[in-house]
Design a protein around this ligand. Structure first.
Ligand SMILES: Cc1cc2nc3c(=O)[nH]c(=O)nc-3n(C[C@H](O)[C@H](O)[C@H](O)COP(=O)(O)OP(=O)(O)OC[C@H]3O[C@@H](n4cnc5c(N)ncnc54)[C@H](O)[C@@H]3O)c2cc1C
Length: 413
């Protein structure tokens, strides 16, 4: 190994950028290889949860002020609206006392803007960002990885002591070094459509998840965007898409044009971009996310919340943990699988309880009657509403959620 280890980040999405920012905070030099020229689009619901806001604040308290101030690119969102299959509406604020807040608890921002804004926070003192650099293959040779990439049509080569796979759903690092394959039970198909002129949003810009009978066990989302835009989409477990031979595009069109309440809201709306699809690798199963000379983060590590589809927060959290692991590896001069396994422990210690709970909620959507029951109950039960708010707001709430007696109290009080 060279005296300064070669650290490569593959991909400059939220996971890669967070990894880079935290490596730079530790004074660790690294190279980022990014396939696109930034800014670039990413198919997404464009919802930045409280977890993202929290992490941005940890990086630099001014970042959230920037989001709050840039209203043409960031729309503050204060809660989530669940609509049950029976039409019952449940509004859950992200925080208990919305009036006391200095800034919004969550935001909506097109990924074209958010990722670009975040990429401008990369510290060039420690990071070398190479754009238009598509990784095509990775090979382990001795204690290093040889990475081949295409830059403006020319094949180039880099050696890495440690490569951090942050290239999202179709990660070559995950596939080649981690042996990770798509599993339809733990993978969701999603479609995104951009609209203008959708009406009927909550005055505090709540994001909306509609659990419609014909779409179960998936859901339709309608999220407000800055400048009167809307991000509208549908997501469904790939296993169900195959089993029921669902055409997601037709499902979405049907809801928008024919659903009694929703179609009213689209009467004067206009589609502003083609409807596009992308996959969501869900964190409903633990995987090995490190090995000899590599770590996986974000979608490459399959860390998307299986109930809400939120993945940006977990991508950034895993990026932060990856940076800590890189620091420990450099200090110990160890880049082997046995040492790096500690990263898996850190990630799942932080995220697994939450992912497991979301997996349970995801399965609940298979049982329409039970789902209606829970939403009906929650609409009348303040403790349950506050609990759900707490799941968005307060991480300590998660330890309460581990106690079975708590659920009994919630549902049958
Ligand atoms: C339809 C849909 C809706 C979603 N809605 C939400 C939502 O509202 N909120 C939320 O939090 N999450 C949502 N998600 C999940 C979220 O989009 C992802 O979890 C998140 O983008 C993961 O970030 P990442 O950095 O791991 O990967 P990505 O954002 O995918 O970034 C990967 C980067 O790697 C680059 N790359 C890819 N291949 C290569 C290569 N071979 N060489 C070099 N670079 C490469 C890409 O160009 C990209 O810049 C949604 C996902 C989908 C599909």
């Amino acid at each position: 190994m060279s005296s300064t280890p070669d650290i490569i980040i593959a991909g400059a999405g939220p996971a890669g950028i967070a990894t880079s920012i935290f490596l730079s905070k530790k004074g660790i030099r690294h190279t980022i290889l990014e396939k696109s020229a930034l800014p670039r689009d990413k198919i997404c619901g464009d919802a930045l949860s409280g977890k993202v806001v929290e992490l941005l604040q940890e990086i630099d308290p001014n970042f959230v002020d920037q989001c709050e101030g840039d209203t043409s690119h960031f729309l503050g969102s204060y809660g989530v609206r669940f609509v049950a299959p029976n039409g019952k509406v449940l509004d859950i604020p992200f925080k208990k006392n919305l009036e006391d807040l200095q800034h919004a608890p969550g935001y909506l921002s097109k990924r074209f803007h958010f990722d670009h804004w975040l990429s401008q926070k990369i510290d060039n003192t420690y990071a070398t960002l190479i754009q238009n650099a598509t990784i095509t293959s990775i090979e382990r040779t001795g204690n290093q990885s040889t990475i081949r990439y295409l830059e403006a049509g020319t094949e180039k080569l880099l050696k890495a002591d440690l490569i951090i796979g942050c290239e999202g759903d179709r990660s070559i690092v995950a596939k080649t070094l981690g042996g990770i394959r798509k599993e339809n039970n733990h993978y969701c198909a999603g479609l995104r459509a951009y609209y203008e002129g959708v009406t009927g949003f909550h005055p505090k810009n709540f994001i909306e998840l509609h659990f419609i009978r014909d779409v179960l066990p998936g859901y339709v989302w309608i999220f407000p965007l800055p400048n009167g835009g809307a991000n509208v989409g549908v997501g469904m477990l790939s296993k169900e898409v195959s089993r029921k031979k669902v055409n997601l595009k037709s499902v979405l069109e049907e809801v928008i044009h024919k659903h009694p309440e929703i179609s009213e809201r689209f009467k004067n709306a206009r589609l502003t971009d083609a409807v596009r699809g992308w996959g969501l690798p869900l964190g409903s199963k633990k995987r090995r996310i490190s090995g000899d000379g590599f770590l996986l983060t974000g979608d490459a590590a399959s860390l998307i919340d299986p109930f809400t589809g939120e993945g940006i927060g977990n991508a950034m959290v895993s990026g932060k943990l990856a940076a800590s692991m890189v620091e420990a590896s450099i200090n110990a001069n160890r880049f082997d699988s046995a040492f790096l396994k500690h990263y898996d422990k850190m990630v799942y210690e932080k995220l697994w309880d939450e992912l497991k709970l979301s997996h349970t909620l995801q399965r609940l959507t298979n049982y329409e009657g039970l789902f209606n029951f829970v939403v009906n109950k929650a609409a009348k039960n303040l403790l349950l509403q506050e609990t759900i708010t707490g799941m968005f707001d307060d991480l300590s709430m998660r330890s309460r959620l581990k106690k079975p007696g708590f659920y009994f109290q919630l549902l049958f009080r």
